[in-house]
Design a protein around this ligand. Structure first.
Ligand SMILES: O=C(O)CCC(=O)C(=O)O
Ligand SMILES: [Fe+2]
Length: 404
């Protein structure tokens, strides 16, 4: 739970949004429907307590008289009809306002993510489908079986400088309500998986990526050079629209999560990376050779003894001890899955927790099923800021094209 001390009570960002810190919950986007929802919850709790007390006292001392008895018998039916009106999709109270209905949609999306993230059968199915669909890729791709690290690429001081710049550019953060509802999840820089058409990607890149490159040239150059060295071949920032926008470059950008109790649960999407489908790439690219990389820039300080923020990766065969890097832990789960003949089978998968370290980059093939692991917040001011990028191999030029 994010502790409330020393916290900025409000935060302005994203060219006009305000986020307010709610003690023990964390930051929430300030809008009437969010506060209305919170007020309803706060009012409903005493009403529910009153109702439970009334039921208990009625059961203990049933009322006398015919009318009172009939009323008691009718009460559950009346209550059921009222509740039905509240939740039924045609008459639901959240439909009273388009905004409330939109918020409800976002909340139910998040709840769906949480259910998937905690459901071993869902993860088992994903892991099985991954091993089937990407059989040939699994054989060819680098980093497929594990997440590798490029250690201590940046010092703590360098990462603090980048963190300060990310905060300085807060008016260019983009809140992503489609994924997060009113929760404090943002991006800084154009992201192909969210801005996947030229009309959205290019303006965002022109406005933000150019600023990032102008302010952090040393950072992007170190990143590019380190990837080049790690991959053993040339690496450059991809030019996705060479005709319409010749000077434009796709840069890795930032994911930002501010403190919120919801992020202490596995609400992030269980997925593998297919972002290359969202941007144009030159003829001859080999989409079986992809990489994904994440550089933790600022991390919440998890309380002593609690799991550190990081990444879960899911594997059907138990990962070989020799493939695990320092700090990784493995947990085995059982679940049901549909095999290639659509028969339901039982099987097991392994979840590796890879704790992140500020300044140490994690790199994997992207085709491995993975999920952002929960973050614990020792202070409401903590943030999880990571640089996120991907790469596709282009054999004709023997070059890795880097993008986000
Ligand atoms: O932020 C992270 O730890 C990983 C994010 C991720 O998996 C992605 O952006 O595809
Ligand atoms: Fe991913």
């Amino acid at each position: 739970m994010p502790r409330p001390f020393f916290v900025n009570p409000t935060l302005s960002c994203c060219g006009g949004d305000t986020f307010v810190y709610v003690p023990f919950v964390g930051y929430l986007r300030s809008e009437p429907v969010v506060w209305g929802g919170l007020a309803v919850v706060l009012l409903l709790l005493p009403a529910l307590a009153w109702f439970v007390r009334a039921v208990v006292s009625t059961v203990r001392a049933p009322p006398k008289g015919t009318l009172a008895r009939w009323s008691l018998l009718a009460a559950p039916a009346v209550l059921a009809v009222l509740l039905g009106q509240v939740v039924h999709e045609d008459t639901a109270i959240w439909q009273l306002s388009g905004q409330a209905s939109h918020l409800f949609g976002q909340a139910s999306y998040l709840f769906g993510q949480l259910c998937d993230g905690m459901d071993p059968n869902y993860v088992m199915n994903m892991a099985f489908a991954q091993t089937q669909a990407f059989k040939s890729i699994n054989e060819n791709a680098r980093y497929i079986h594990k997440a590798g690290e490029i250690r201590d690429m940046f010092t703590q001081q360098e990462m603090s400088n980048v963190t300060a710049l990310v905060h300085e550019l807060s008016k260019h953060w983009q809140h992503r309500p489609n994924l997060a509802g009113p929760l404090p999840f943002f991006t800084l820089g154009a992201a192909s998986y969210l801005d996947h058409v030229l009309e959205m990607y290019a303006p965002n890149a022109i406005r933000v990526n150019t600023r990032l490159m102008a302010r952090l040239p040393w950072f992007y150059e170190r990143l590019r050079a380190a990837l080049e060295q790690e991959l053993g071949e040339k690496a450059e920032f991809h030019s996705p629209y060479p005709e319409d926008w010749p000077e434009g470059r796709a840069l890795p950008g930032f994911h930002l999560f501010l403190s919120n109790s919801v992020y202490e649960m596995p609400v992030a999407r269980v997925h593998y990376d297919g972002q290359y489908k969202s941007l144009p790439f030159p003829e001859g690219c080999e989409f079986e050779q992809t990489i994904s990389f994440t550089l933790p820039v600022d991390l919440p300080r998890a309380p002593e003894g609690a799991a550190q923020p990081g990444l879960y990766t899911f594997h059907i065969p138990e990962p070989a001890r020799a493939d695990l890097v320092e700090g990784e832990t493995v947990k085995r789960f059982e679940g049901e899955y549909q095999d290639e003949y659509r028969e339901v089978q039982r099987g097991s998968f392994h979840r590796v927790h890879h704790p992140y370290k500020v300044g140490t980059m994690v790199i994997h093939a992207g085709y491995m099923v993975h999920q952002i692991s929960p973050s614990r917040w020792a202070s409401g001011n903590d943030a999880r800021i990571t640089l996120q990028g991907h790469g596709v191999y282009h054999p004709p030029s023997k070059t890795w094209l880097l993008y986000w």
